[in-house]
Each structure stands twice: as C-alpha cells, then as structure tokens.
Design a protein around this ligand. Structure first.
Ligand SMILES: NC(=O)C1=CN([C@@H]2O[C@H](COP(=O)(O)OP(=O)(O)OC[C@H]3O[C@@H](n4cnc5c(N)ncnc54)[C@H](O)[C@@H]3O)[C@@H](O)[C@H]2O)C=CC1
Ligand SMILES: CC(=O)C(=O)O
Ligand SMILES: [Mg+2]
Length: 724
C-alpha cells in the first residue's frame, strides 16, 4: 500500500531524471512479475504450486543435480544413454539451496536430502563435475567432448534454469562455444537423437488454421523475445528441418546470458514446413514433418499465420528471424518489418551498416564551411583521419558538429562485426580508415550474409568518398564476388537480383584476365586483394592454392575473414592461414578458434559473429517499446558496438574484435544506444511504467543505468506459495 501511494505520488508530477531513476527502482521493486531479477534479489517469487511440482519446475527449482557420474574417460557419443543413467543414479548427491523455512512453506520437507548449499557452493560443485568430465575425456577437445558438455549443461537447463544461466554468465567465454556455435550446429544435426524434453514451440504446416489457439498453450503470459527459424539454413549446415530449433534455443541462451532477458519470457520457435533434406525425409527417427518444404504462397501463409498468432497473444513481443534460407530471408524481412517488431539476425546483424553508416547528419553532407573556426574540432577532425574529406561547418553548427565528429571518430576508431573487422584490417595496416575505399575485397559467398556484408561495405566506402552517387558507383568496383558458380559477372544467366549490383563488368575483366565463372584461386591471383572474406558455408574453401595466391596480395597486412559457421565450415583454419600466407596477416572467423603460437609471437584469432549485436538490439527494442526496428536503431547498435572497444595498440597487434568475456557489458551499451535512437526517431512507446517522455529525459548515462537495472541476473528468489 505504501509502495502504491509513493508510486502514485511520483507518477502524478513531472519528474527530474533522478526522480525517474528512483521511480524505476520503485517500480522494479514493486512488480511481482519481476521477482526473478537479481537487482531485486530479495523480492519473493509468488508461485501457485508446491511440493514436487516446484522441484520439477526449472524456473523455481533450487536443487542442483550432479553434473556427471564417476570417471567419464570412456565416454563417447554412443554412450550418452549410459551417462543419462549414471546422472540419474547420482541424483541423490544433489545439493539444494532451499532454506529450511522455505521447505516448510512449500511442503518440501522430507522430499530433499537435509543438506543446504549456497548458490556459490552449487556452482563450484557443478564446475568440478564438469571439469572432471573434461579432464577425463581421452580425446581432448573434440566434437564428442563438446556434445557431451552440451548434454550435461542441457540437463541442468532442464532442472534448474537459474543455475544453468549462472554457469553461462560466469563462464561465457568457455561455454558460449557449447550452447552456441560451433557445438549448437552439431546439436541440431543430432537433435532427433538428443531429444529428451521439449523446449519451445513447434508450429507446423499441419497446424494451419490452428495457430491462433495453439499459441495459448505456451504457459507464460508474457513473452519478450522469440527466436524463430524454419530450419532451412542452419548455420552453414543446410536444411536441418525441425532440428533447427537448436539454433533458436542457442540464440536465446545468449539473449539471457548476454542481454539479461528474463528466461521465463523467451520462446524458441520452430516453424516446420517440411524439409528438402533427403536424409531426414528417410530417417525413421526424424521428429519433423516428412514431406518436402512448402513453397510460394503456401509457405508465406504459414509464416503469416504464425506472426499474427504470436503478436495477438503477445503484442509487445520481439521476433528475431534466424537462419532462413536467403530465398526467403529478404522477402520476409520486407514483408513484416514495417508492421511488426522483428528483424533478421543474419541479414541485418551481419550488415548493420546498410544505411548511413559513418554518415554525418544529412545537413552536413556536401556543406562547405570552415572547420578552422575551432581548434578542438580541427584536432578531432585530423585525429579521425578525415583531413582528406571536404566537410566543413558554420559557426552556428559547431556545437552539433563537435558531437558529430566525436561520434564519427568513435565509429571510425573502433570495430564491429563485418565492417568493423574490415575497418580494423585497414587500421592494422597502419593506414587511416579513410583508405577503406581503396581496399580490394574478394567475397566468397553471395547468400543472405554475403550480400548483406557487400551492401554494407559498399555503402561505407561511398560515405567515406563523399556520399555521392558516383562515389557509390565507384565503390562497387572494389568487390569481386565468387559464388558456387565462380566469379559473378554481368553475363551470368538468371543472376540473383541481390547479387546483380556486384556483378563485374566484362570489359574490366578482360583487362584482368578473368571471366564469368573464374574460380576463386584465379580471382585471388589476378586481383591481389587486400581482403579475402568467406561467407560461403564451404569448409576449406580457402584451400592451399587459394591461400598461396593470396600471398601475392598487394596489402602489407592481408586480412582473412573465414566467417562461415560452424567450425568445420570455416573457409580455412587460422593455422592454415598463418602458415601459408604469413605471420603478418589479420585473421577472423565466425566460430571461435584458439590463438596460434607463431613461435616468435601470437597469431590472433578474432571471432567475428553477430552475437555481439543481436542481444543488444533485442534488449534495446524491448526497453524502448519501439513499434518497429528501424535501420537507425540497427545502425545505432552497430555504432555503439564499434565505439570504445578496440584500441590502436590492439588493432596493430591484429586484435580487431573484442573478447566475448565483455559481451554483457557491450550488450548493455548497445541496448542503451538502441533505446536512445528509438526515442530520437519517435518510435519508442515505452516499457512498463517508463513512458516515452520519461525515456526522453534520460541522459546517456541514465539510459545505460536504466538498461542495467532491467537486465536479469541469475540468482534465486525467495519462493512464496499463494493459492490461485
Ligand atoms: N559470422 C557470422 O556472424 C555469420 C556467419 N554466417 C555464415 O555464413 C554462411 C553463409 O550463410 P548464408 O549467406 O545465409 O548462406 P546462403 O546459403 O544464403 O549462401 C551461401 C553462398 O555461398 C555460395 N557458395 C557455395 N559454394 C561456394 C563455393 N564453392 N565457392 C564460393 N561460394 C560458394 C553460394 O552460391 C551462396 O551464394 C553460413 O555458414 C553462416 O553460418 C551467417 C550469418 C552471420
Ligand atoms: C552466426 C549466425 O547467425 C549464423 O552463422 O547463421
Ligand atoms: Mg544465423
């Protein structure tokens, strides 16, 4: 009651930003559905169940099951059922964090062994078990080993979500490769065999006409984040049909661990419209529809029905489209993005720079005024390596201009997924970023991801060249695109319209001795590119021959981006790259690789993956209550990701991407940038009691604090029973 009246008092009058923060605190503390947040760790969770029902509910369970059985040195993939059995037997060794009074309140007394463990003791115990398994595994880090670790973590996920996410948050560098790429790829490939307990929702072609009611079968009244796939192109593993649900689960694990989205409010979704994977169509154990994929209007009608159903039940949900084959990825994005809160991770997060990246605000473009007016601006300007540009400002624009230059400088000074990596590669050569438009880039792969990166890189070059049409046109000539049929040229029959802008003109090619369909090695040999970037999903595509050709690169510091996932699809390994091309290269990959010992130094293996962006985009959209996800919001996310993370000395050392251990911090900043952009674009409708006017009053620092406050941390709430 007291809380209610203090809220009322606060809400009635206009407020300063400190009052807003105070209000946020009160609101968070007083909202029972937020009882799962650690910031408010002492708030109770109200439940309507007791006894065994509590223990079987991973959202409220506080019991830790043993991670593994005894010595696991003889484990292999085929012996998983044996592990299952052993883990079951060892359940009696479980430690519980339910206090004695809680046990009384929840009718748990007698159902649990008497010992009490703190959450910290539980996590230590779990890690000992997990590490023992790791140490005892004979074959060192291998797929089997990774899959077994996934299995152990997944069991914990089934039983005790809080502890599961605690393990992830506290050891993200170690376990992201297990719950996400690369292991999640293996999990998807083996999903039918690994399937024990359902997670998420399945909508199939057979459910047409039923989705609007089916959606109410999900137990949570509030869902913030959905990751949906149709399983048609899972990582680089092709059509995995219903088994693709694993990637939706993996991405949502990062939403919880990196963005602090409450795990009770995430929903992985699989839309099963069949599969064209002949092996799965014949597999008696396959769990999905064993018919060919729907196509055309039939396909679209299923996705339409799904979108309508989920947005009817949860009007504020955000839907991330994941791993749709490029045939549909762009079309579905265009179809829904203006009406629903949705985005496509692969097309947009790989290429958040499509629009206006590095652009000064429009009013400054092509304006000639004097920067000499202000020494600070001039210094910044020079520092940003932009002295070659011809932008100037009037005195009256100076104030805004300073912040623009600062913003621009921030963007240029650091790195972010694809473009960030490309710019990092320029900086690693010791050259100013303004030289980016001079880079020659060979891209292998012209699917949804490849085209996204190409568009973004072209736009960035055009910006740096003055953002004119002719700059945009001339930027085109810096790219050579090679797909499954070789070099893409204007003479290609039935060329994909998305690839058309990058098709090489035959006249230019004659001079270079290239032709339609030239193979990758030939293209690299003739072009001598600065950058070789792979988004082809073909493991080993950067063969010895290709890498040997790349040795003749005209760059002082050639860069290789083997961005395809999972690990086995990387276009080359870092060892191959460093040993064949040389120690001086810059290397990045989509899935993580350990650094390479070069004898006289370290060959850094950077991870260039959209995981640095999508969690922050989702969180920022949620906390702003933006109606749709605009290009500006994606751009703000990318810019913030770029800013402040890569220092000059790191980049010169070949480190062009930040470490995943900082992902939660990066995500918080990215989300705050998205919130601010949504507010600036008048798209924000507010989140809970935080209305758009209040959001608008927040300073950048207060926005970050607001985001942080709303990030879920894994900690046990006190559980209280109430009759329904
Ligand atoms: N690191 C990251 O953050 C991301 C990585 N990816 C990865 O990118 C890869 C491709 O994804 P999508 O573009 O969606 O796939 P996609 O199937 O749409 O495109 C694949 C492209 O590779 C081309 N290709 C196939 N064989 C080739 C060959 N021998 N030489 C040259 N090109 C060849 C195809 O013609 C096609 O253009 C996947 O492995 C995916 O995991 C995708 C999104 C983000
Ligand atoms: C990382 C990712 O989203 C992909 O490989 O598809
Ligand atoms: Mg993807």
């Amino acid at each position: 009651m007291a809380l209610f009246s203090s809220l009322q008092r606060l809400l009635r009058k206009p407020s300063s930003s400190s009052q807003i923060l105070q209000r946020m605190k009160l609101l968070a503390a007083g909202d029972p559905s937020r009882s799962f947040t650690t910031c408010e760790g002492s708030r109770p969770a109200i439940v309507h169940k007791r006894s065994l029902d509590i223990l079987h509910d991973p959202w409220f369970n506080k019991v830790l099951n043993s991670a593994s059985g005894p010595s696991s040195d003889c484990l292999n993939f085929l012996q998983f059922d044996w592990i299952e059995l052993v883990v079951g037997l060892f359940d009696t060794r479980q430690g519980t964090a339910f206090s004695m009074t809680e046990r009384d309140r929840l009718d748990l007394r007698g159902l649990l062994p008497p010992n009490h463990m703190t959450p910290q003791q539980q996590i230590e115990r779990f890690m000992v078990d997990l590490k023992r398994f790791q140490v005892n595994a004979r074959d060192g880090p291998s797929d089997t080993n990774a899959l077994a670790k996934w299995r152990i973590l997944n069991r914990l996920h089934d039983r005790n979500e809080t502890m599961y996410y605690k393990v992830l948050v506290e050891n993200i560098e170690e376990y992201a490769p297990i719950v996400y790429t690369p292991t999640v790829g293996l999990v998807c490939q083996n999903y039918s065999g690994l399937f024990r307990r359902p997670r998420g929702m399945y909508f199939s072609a057979a459910d047409r006409g039923e989705m609007m009611s089916m959606v109410y079968n999900w137990p949570a009244d509030q869902v913030d984040m959905i990751v949906v796939t149709d399983g048609s192109r899972i990582l680089g593993l092709g059509d995995l049909g219903v088994q693709g649900i694993g990637i939706a689960i993996g991405k949502l694990d990062l939403y919880v661990a990196a963005a602090g989205i409450n795990p009770q409010r995430v929903l992985p979704v699989m839309i099963d419209v069949g599969t064209n994977n002949e092996k799965l169509l014949r597999d008696p154990l396959y769990l999905g529809l064993q018919e060919h994929r729907l196509d055309g209007e039939d396909y679209i009608s299923v996705i339409d029905e799904f979108m309508e159903a989920v947005f009817t039940r949860w009007p504020h949900v955000i839907v991330q489209f994941e791993d749709f084959q490029s045939k549909w990825a762009f079309k579905l994005l265009q179809r829904y993005r203006n009406n629903y809160r949705m985005f496509n991770d692969d097309v947009q997060c790989t290429s958040c720079y499509l629009h206006d990246t590095f652009g000064l605000p429009r009013e400054y473009n092509n304006v000639k005024v004097l920067i000499e007016h202000d020494p600070t601006v001039r210094a910044l300007w020079l520092h940003a390596d932009l002295y070659l540009c011809n932008f100037m400002v009037t005195a009256s624009q100076l104030h805004n201009f300073k912040s623009s230059v600062l913003r621009l400088h921030n963007i240029l000074g650091t790195a972010g997924v694809a473009i960030a990596g490309l710019l990092g590669a320029v900086r690693a050569q010791g050259r100013p970023m303004i030289d980016f438009p001079k880079q020659k880039i060979v891209v292998a792969g012209a699917g949804s991801a490849g085209i996204g990166v190409l568009n973004a890189a072209r736009k960035t070059m055009a910006r740096l060249l003055g953002n004119t049409e002719s700059a945009f046109e001339s930027a085109r000539s810096q790219f050579w695109v090679v797909d499954a049929m070789g070099l893409v040229t204007e003479s290609r029959a039935n060329i994909d319209p998305e690839a058309l802008p990058f098709a090489r003109k035959l006249k230019e090619l004659e001079r270079q001795g290239l032709h339609e369909g030239s193979n990758l090695a030939e293209v690299v040999k003739k072009v001598k590119p600065d950058v070789l970037l792979g988004l082809s999903a073909v493991g080993g595509l950067f063969s010895k021959e290709v890498l040997e050709s790349f040795k003749e690169s005209s760059s002082t510091r050639p860069a290789i981006f083997a961005m395809s996932n999972p690990t086995k699809n990387a276009e080359c390994t870092p060892e191959e790259a460093f040993s064949i091309v040389g120690d001086h290269i810059v290397f990045a990959s989509g899935s993580p690789f350990p650094d390479v010992n070069l004898g006289n130094g370290i060959g850094h293996c950077n991870q260039g993956n959209n995981m640095y962006l999508f969690p922050g985009i989702g969180l920022g959209t949620l906390l702003s209550g933006a109606r749709v996800i605009s290009d500006g919001m994606l751009q703000a996310a990318a810019e913030r990701y770029l800013a402040g993370y890569m220092k000059d000395d790191e980049v010169l050392n070949g480190i062009i991407y930040p470490s995943i251990s900082s992902i939660r911090d990066i995500t918080k900043e990215v989300a705050a940038a998205v919130v601010r952009e949504a507010v600036a674009e008048d798209l924000a409708e507010g989140y809970r009691e935080m209305d758009p006017r209040e959001l608008q009053k927040l300073t950048p620092e207060e926005t970050v604090a607001y985001v942080k406050k709303n990030m879920w941390d894994p900690a046990y709430p006190t559980v209280v029973y109430r009759k329904e």
